[in-house]
Design a protein around this ligand. Sequence first.
Ligand code: MN
Ligand code: MN
Length: 462
Amino acid sequence: MELHYERKTAWEQMTAKELKELEACANDYMAFLDKSKTERESTTEIIRQAKENAFKSLEEVIKKGTFKKGDKIYLDYKGKSAVLMVVGEEFETGLDIVGSHIDVPRLDLKQVPLYEDGGLALLKTHYYGGVKKYQWANIPLALHGVIYKKDGEKVDVSIGEGEDEPVLYINDLLIHLSKDQLQKKMFEGITGEQLNVVIGSQKPANSSKDSKHPVKDNILKILNKKYGIIEEDFRVAELEVVPAGKARHVGLDSSMIAGHGHDDRVCAYASLRAILEVKNPKRTKVALFVDKEEVGSQGNTGMHGSFFENMLAELFNLVSKHPELSVRRAMANARVLSADVTAAFDPSFPDVFEKQNSAFAGCGLAIAKYTGSGGKGGCNDANAEFLQEVRATFDADKVVWQTGELGKVDAGGGGTIAYILANKGAEVVDCGVPVLSMHAPIELISKADLYMAYKGYLSFLK
Ligand code: MN
Ligand code: MN
């Protein structure tokens, strides 16, 4: 009997067949990332794949007035959050949920964003979620989102992703004049109000002589020609600045992936791939894809919103005498993997990690019993009984997993959606992919951990 525990990599424990599957999984994930630069685009792609796999909308099910074991149901909530459900024989007494988030830290445009200064046309931004502001300067950027025209027509915007398409850019101060800037704290080196996005610089020869902002006028003309929009339409728009370009394989061994939004689209993708493979389960299986996690899960599309419970109530209304009570029972009896990423040990910054309890890239799916900060503050702290259930499931299916705590006890911390579902009575544990450079515009993960996340979520859902 092996008495001591030693963390091993997933790589050395995978079969040749698995290593081949891993590569296909990685490529498919990278295609998903490239199509899913915002929570809206992620929802669109998730729903597209759900429909392709015979999921029916909640509205259809309500209209039909009935559903049965094996039925696949989706909810597209305001185009920003999604629920995929495969109905089991038990409903009230058994929900198995994998919940991830599809919003990602980025720069949102302000409602009156466009201005001209120093011969440049620029866009004002307001960052969303936890970002290190200096990381967003000097990289190619794209603009994604929606604008409504005055007549109510919705315009989908995507600028900067095509191979030959121009990108946007945030400039930083040249080193030659940075004597003062370099003395500042990194936090203040570039401020929120300096995250202004360059969108043009040309003053056309035929510009109006009276105009005080000919470069801006020219950009408005281009936008009007391309999208039919006018400046005041920005006031009702939702536009997100994200890194331009595609996810890339990393390392000469091609063992990692660099991409925008691994937190938390890697877990969203892995759970999507898993639930699409679920057929005729005993307990009802659910994949949740929620918005607003990075800003506290508030709002109608966030986990604190009621959309999931409302969906359950609508379904119970078709099969239960007491739908409200049934929803409470279903939530209280639920088992949940809060599928969110955690920090991977970073050998260049070892001081903030406690090595023995850190997750390592390449060592598999990371279970975090608790998150929080300042002494587990704000966490739900999973019950040992549930941890044991998850361990038994994972071990039976040869899922390579590790435990992972987000850094040293006193170094900081973070949270996920776990506590929100735990507050309803569910058993919940955090369980996701370790990430390097978390919340940077481009983050880094190991393909082995992506694959083990998929395998782990499938093990839990099948
Ligand atoms: Mn995050
Ligand atoms: Mn996250």
